[in-house]
Design a protein around this ligand. Structure first.
Ligand code: NAD
Length: 340
């Protein structure tokens, strides 16, 4: 391997071009060598912005000797086939969340990584967001005692037309899988405990969701083994004018205190330089994550590839988040409590 971990970004859509691509310039141990997309123009646009080489074929990417790792930012149902192919070609894989669309696909990815002896890391980016790292630190320090209740809301207006893959349940799983895995992973990470059951209800609010027969608004209640209750709201049905198009909030009630974090109400950190006034935090359209979180996520992945440590999110963690979200989906479909 060269001095730097040489990465091919595969998928130059929303998160690939807006979240991952710009972060590489700020990760000294990584070099973005290829930007790949099937759609004409997308790879070229990222290539122009980053200095990477544009490419229209995933097969060409995995055949290259000068690519150590692929960063998969493709639609969710494409994660497993591309990850398995890359791992079998000897590449390390950073894959956007959810790990895959189904548990069987997740198992195939985990087996391929084990057989190839390569790193498989799923980008549960909330774990690298400084705001949630601070929350985790406060819990670890015992600031609120033992957490017994968590309420999480991730609300947004999905700004894509009805023919985009997000609306198709077989491609993305609807809001319960797509946003639910973020929340499920956050609950396990913060509580350091395992869920035992989930009860969920879902609604089809927007026309696109009704046409696709996919939930775009859901409420989920997880019970954890240690007794904690974790309640989530995941929605793509809030009007764009609400919370600048996205809004995430977190409440934690513990035996000795409470903690609250909100995109909308918390005082943002303000930065002044010599020429400009305060720069308000910038959030991406589809998520409630700071741009620095992707930089931290990619830096962590690069260190994993270098053998410095295993991924902070194991493939098992990512699979478990998917399992929780799929159980919530089943609950919303059947009206029953689903054991985990
Ligand atoms: N971490 C987060 O907060 C976050 C936010 C948004 C999306 N995501 C996840 O990222 C993934 C991508 O989402 P998106 O919003 O960027 O989707 P998108 O549709 O905007 O972009 C996906 C891109 O992948 C390309 N693509 C598809 N198959 C390909 C192939 N075989 N080879 C090369 N390119 C291919 C498409 O042409 C498209 O440009 C999804 O799994 C989604 O759940 C994560």
């Amino acid at each position: 391997m060269s001095d730097k971990v040489r990465v091919a970004l595969v998928g130059c859509g929303n998160i690939g071009s807006g979240g991952h691509a710009p972060a590489y310039a700020r990760v000294p141990g990584a070099e973005l060598v290829v930007a790949c997309d099937l759609l004409p123009g997308r790879a070229e646009a990222v290539a122009r912005a980053t200095g990477a080489e544009p490419c229209g074929s995933f097969q060409e990417v995995v055949a290259r000797d000068d690519v150590d790792a692929v960063d998969l930012c493709v639609p969710t149902d494409r994660h497993a086939p591309l990850a398995v192919e890359a791992l079998q070609a000897g590449k390390h894989v950073l894959c956007e969340k959810p790990i895959a669309r189904t548990l069987e696909e997740a198992d195939a990815m985990i087996a391929a990584a084990r057989e190839a002896g390569r790193v498989l890391m799923v980008g549960h980016v909330r774990r690298f967001d400084h705001r949630y790292v601070a929350v985790k630190g406060a819990l670890r320090a015992g600031d609120v005692g033992r957490p017994i209740y968590i309420r999480r809301a991730e609300r947004q207006w999905l700004p894509v037309p009805a023919d985009v893959w997000y609306w198709r349940p077989e491609a993305g799983g609807g809001v319960i899988v797509d946003i639910g895995v973020h929340i499920a992973d956050m609950f396990r990470w913060l509580l350091e405990d395992e869920p035992v059951s989930v009860y969920a209800v879902g609604r089809q609010v927007r026309q696109a969701a009704r046409e696709a027969n996919s939930f775009d608004h859901a409420l989920m209640t997880f019970r954890f083994a240690g007794g904690a209750i974790a309640v989530a709201e995941a929605s793509w049905a809030y009007q764009p004018s609400f919370g600048r198009g996205l809004y995430a909030a977190l409440d934690i009630v513990g035996t000795a205190g409470t903690l609250h974090d909100s995109d909308q109400q918390a005082n943002p950190m303000l930065v002044y330089d010599a020429t400009q006034g305060p720069q308000l935090p910038h959030y991406f359209r589809f998520m409630s994550t700071t741009e620095h979180a992707f930089q931290a996520e990619i830096a962590h992945f690069v260190a994993c590839v270098r053998g410095e440590h295993p991924p902070a999110i194991s493939p098992h963690d990512a699979r478990r988040a998917l399992e929780m979200a799929l159980a919530a989906q089943r609950s919303a479909e059947t009206g029953s409590v689903v054991p985990l």
